[in-house]
Design a protein around this ligand. Structure first.
Ligand SMILES: Cc1cc2nc3c(=O)[nH]c(=O)nc-3n(C[C@H](O)[C@H](O)[C@H](O)COP(=O)(O)OP(=O)(O)OC[C@H]3O[C@@H](n4cnc5c(N)ncnc54)[C@H](O)[C@@H]3O)c2cc1C
Ligand code: FES
Ligand code: FES
Length: 475
């Protein structure tokens, strides 16, 4: 067990590990969540077991891991130096050259090993690729690393002693909190506690997974005197569903939120895998994505197309609104200083739903959208009974394509209707040109995506470059 005193609220976990504790096996590369060199594995109790998550320590605040179990690459080998199966497999497959990325790869594989191999489940090449989606290697090439991921499951098992770890976590839960008293960093456990703190300290910086805020700290050198961490609020971590709706707590990680969405809409898996890389999805939350309100955020076009609503709460009460109404301008929203976003509520699919969501970005994995288009159609007797369309990357906020929805609704579902809707969609927004794409490209590609949706609705296979690349990767 490690106890640290006087840790400033914006100290990152990577700074704590390397600079304060001298644990230098964890590397610093980009310092912005992009390369995976700093990956560590966190575990917390879920039910009777531990749940493991590989995360980027460079954009995670040190205080956020209080009371959790943490492993770095330094913790894998046994005391006598016997390598962990993950390390042995990397060695056997010559999966490391300069070695700078290797501790990060080892940790992503360790998380996969604990969550899957130690639970008696095999690891497919596709699953290994997904687990390693946040780790960059510039010299070895990924084939030997993926080979190692396959081999690790054939070596003699070396699971974590969960009983021992769980009893240590139990002990930790009862230890005194240092900074809690003076409110530099607060981690309320209940919604009531959170709302009281929010009302009393509206200037405190709210932080969830910190995958946006971590960049403001590292790259914009922002410092916050008070941080209000939402990730321990029980109500905000819950997912519930009934016949009509799925309710996702704002502090549910992107990994868990997408899993819940995929349970009733399995086709969303491919899109979920295009959102950042696994370590970012393991830390980042759905509420953080929605509240941050980036015009190129990926969950919002989808949630707008699904007619999702959001719940905002304060001591004054709560209010529910359509997601698109949350935004008032570039990164501006209607969340009052004493309010927090508590839930995202998504209608369950109806049998006639035809849903597609397309992300266009320069890289397949771990990249930000140039354009994102989500379309939900209800097709009845050859007609579009209802169209609902969310778009990202074309305006100052994520937006609903009202004009295109009107061009489709009530029309026969045929090539002429699609041609007209493509023209409307291309004309509906005036996107900017930036380093990701030009305005013309964004407009052109939006129409093309609608054409692709039409063809897919007619049973044409998805032959886009992106999907071919995905198949290639898993071959
Ligand atoms: C390498 C990398 C890749 C990324 N790729 C993508 C991508 O592909 N697509 C994409 O959309 N995003 C991407 N992101 C951005 C980021 O991961 C997401 O926006 C994520 O969902 C943010 O969630 P968080 O919990 O980390 O938010 P935080 O960073 O903790 O918070 C973000 C903002 O939301 C506020 N906030 C958080 N929760 C609440 C709440 N409940 N109520 C009120 N305010 C709240 C915070 O105060 C802060 O202003 C990427 C980030 C990185 C570092
Ligand atoms: S140092 Fe690159 S992801 Fe953290
Ligand atoms: S071995 Fe050099 S970056 Fe991966």
């Amino acid at each position: 067990m490690v106890s640290c005193q006087q840790v400033p609220p914006t100290r990152t976990l990577l700074q704590l590990l390397r600079d304060d504790l001298g644990l230098t096996a964890t590397k610093e590369g980009c310092n912005e969540g992009d390369c995976g060199a700093c990956t560590v594995v966190l575990a917390e109790k879920r039910g009777d077991h531990l749940h493991y998550a590989a995360v980027n320590s460079c954009i995670r605040l040190a205080h956020s891991v209080r009371g959790m179990a943490l492993w770095t690459a330094q913790d894998l080998a046994t005391a006598d130096g016997t390598p962990h199966p993950v390390q042995q497999a990397l060695l056997d497959n010559h999966a490391s050259q300069c070695g700078f990325c290797t501790p990060g790869f080892a940790m992503s594989l360790f998380g996969l090993y604990q969550n899957q191999v130690c639970q008696g489940q095999s690891v497919s090449r596709e699953q290994a690729t997904e687990a390693l989606s946040g780790n960059l290697c510039r010299c070895t090439g990924y084939r030997p690393i993926l080979d190692a991921a396959q081999q690790m499951q054939t070596l003699p098992m070396a699971p974590v002693d969960e009983t021992e770890t769980l009893s240590k976590l139990e002990l930790l839960a009862h230890t005194q909190q240092g900074l809690e008293a003076d409110f530099s960093y607060k981690t309320p456990g209940t919604l009531a506690e959170l709302l009281q703190l929010r009302a009393a300290h509206p200037q405190a910086q709210i932080v969830a997974g910190c995958t946006d805020v971590g960049l403001w700290v590292n790259k914009l050198h922002k410092d916050f005197a008070q941080v209000l961490d939402l990730t321990r609020v029980t109500e905000l971590r819950q997912i519930s569903s009934d016949a009509t709706h799925l309710s996702i707590g704002a502090a549910v990680t992107l990994t868990d939120a997408f899993a819940a969405l995929e349970a009733t809409r399995p086709a969303l898996h491919a899109f979920a895998m295009r959102f950042a890389g696994a370590p970012v999805r393991n830390s980042g939350t759905l509420g953080g994505n929605v509240a941050n309100g980036s015009p190129i955020g990926d969950s919002m076009p989808l949630l707008i197309a699904l007619n999702a609503t959001v719940v905002l709460a304060s001591l004054r009460g709560s209010r529910e609104m359509a997601l698109a109404s949350l935004y008032t301008g570039y990164r501006k929203n209607v969340i009052a200083p004493d309010e927090v976003l508590t839930h995202i509520i998504v209608p369950q699919p109806e049998p006639d739903e035809f849903l597609r969501v397309y992300k266009v970005s320069k890289r397949l994995e771990d990249d930000i959208s140039a354009v994102c288009l989500a379309v939900q159609l209800h097709l009845l007797n050859g007609k579009v009974a209802q169209a609902s369309i969310g778009v990202g990357g074309v305006a100052a906020t994520p937006v609903r394509a009202h004009q295109t929805e009107a061009a489709l609704s009530g029309q026969p579902w045929n090539a002429a209707t699609v041609d007209a809707a493509m023209a409307t969609l291309r004309a509906e927004f005036q996107p900017i040109s930036d380093m990701r794409a030009s305005s013309d490209y964004r407009r052109q590609v939006l129409g093309n995506l609608l054409q692709r949706l039409w063809r897919e609705s007619q049973g044409e296979a998805d032959t886009s470059l992106a999907s071919l690349l995905v198949e290639d990767l898993y071959a």
